[in-house]
Design a protein around this ligand. Structure first.
Ligand SMILES: *Cc1c(COP(=O)(O)O)cnc(C)c1O
Ligand code: SF4
Length: 339
């Protein structure tokens, strides 16, 4: 990111988050034009986007370097035909989410916490995401469909924490989220409300007064786990959004996916975790890629992942080192990989 683009506020900061979301780039030709990329990228991007559409907000594109096809932010969203190559071992549902689904958008795999699939929508389509194959038309819960999920939670006193996930829960309107929180507050054994979201990073204008109100204004302890993979994602607009969340009393954590060509260098990972803390976010998880069909080109070996983790740990204070984890179907939690 150049200094000049930081000095002059981009026009998108004057739009509401809903307007920004509606104007997200979906046409590969527009992305290629905006970033002055080689036009040879266009036809492959068109072909691959028929399987999983391109989707990226301007505010995120503004943090990419013009003319650089290898930009670490661009690589996360640019459709490539390599996604269409057959890749043995890379499957549609690598973490067994379909088996764990309790109906009506609840995933209950781990003790004490449930994942609530609030919506299938995201502000950005990340090419490495397991969601590219998830049948969200069924898993997606509308306000009315939330009823069975709420009943499921109410009937299980061991559940202390509800994790709003998706898709991205923050693509929903604050009014609906506030209604949901009101209903969760009425379940006495729920103590914590956790939000898994990429929006404060990808679309920082999403952090509205209304959001702070439902998120931090109830008896539930608010935790937000954001998702950034590279230091360039964290500009001053993200830092101000995070500052408002922290001032409201929200605990902020980050999860990162290890991605070849994006962050598979110790220096990149070190810089990311320093920059996260500059913004007031602590590291949580560093995930090995879920082996989802279409994402093989992002994979690195487990040995390489552990080596990168060791190198990063040798440069950072302990509290800035995330846990290296892998999701294993049927396990009682994310599996921590030894150093
Ligand atoms: C990852 C995940 C969680 C959260 O696990 P934590 O280790 O508490 O972050 C909860 N439920 C499901 C189904 C998950 O996949
Ligand atoms: S669920 Fe998260 S990783 Fe997947 S596409 Fe949406 S924002 Fe990206």
């Amino acid at each position: 990111m150049s200094e000049s683009s930081l000095a002059v506020p981009p026009i998108t900061t004057r739009l509401s988050w809903q307007q920004e979301l509606a104007r997200a780039v979906r046409d590969p030709a527009e992305l290629v034009r905006l970033l002055e990329l080689p036009t040879t990228l266009l036809e492959p991007a068109r072909r691959a986007s028929r399987h999983f559409p391109l989707r990226v907000p301007y505010s995120y594109i503004e943090r990419m370097e013009r003319g650089n096809p290898e930009d670490p932010l661009l690589r996360q969203v640019l459709p490539l035909t390599v996604e269409l190559d057959p890749a043995p071992g890379f499957v549609a549902d690598p973490v067994g989410d379909l088996g764990a689904s309790k109906g009506a958008g609840v995933l209950h795999k781990y003790h004490g916490r449930v994942l609530f699939i609030t919506t299938g929508a995201c502000a950005i389509n990340c090419r490495y995401c397991f969601r590219r194959h998830f049948p969200y038309a069924q898993a997606n819960a509308s306000t009315e469909q939330w009823r069975p999920a709420l009943r499921y939670i109410a009937q299980r006193p061991e559940v202390e924490e509800v994790i709003l996930s998706g898709g991205d829960p923050l693509t929903l309107a604050d009014r609906r989220l506030a209604q949901l929180v009101t209903q969760l507050v009425d379940i006495p054994h729920i103590r914590r409300l956790r939000i898994h979201t990429r929006l404060p990073v990808v679309l920082p204008t999403r952090v509205t007064d209304e959001l702070l109100e439902w998120l931090a204004g109830s008896r539930l302890q608010p935790v937000m786990v954001v998702h950034a993979n590279h230091a360039n994602e964290l500009d001053t607009t993200v830092a101000s959004a995070v500052k408002r969340l922290r001032e409201a009393g929200v605990t902020l954590l980050n999860q990162t996916v290890l991605l070849r060509g994006v962050n598979d260098e110790a220096m990149a990972l070190t810089a990311l975790h320093q920059r996260l803390f500059d913004s007031g976010i602590l590291p949580y998880y560093l995930h090995l890629l879920d082996r989802v069909a279409g994402a093989r080109h992002f994979a690195i070996t487990q040995d390489r992942a552990r080596e990168l983790h060791r190198q990063m740990a040798a440069r950072l204070p302990g509290y800035l080192v995330p846990r290296l984890v892998q999701e294993i179907e049927g396990a009682p939690g994310k599996r921590w990989l030894p150093p």
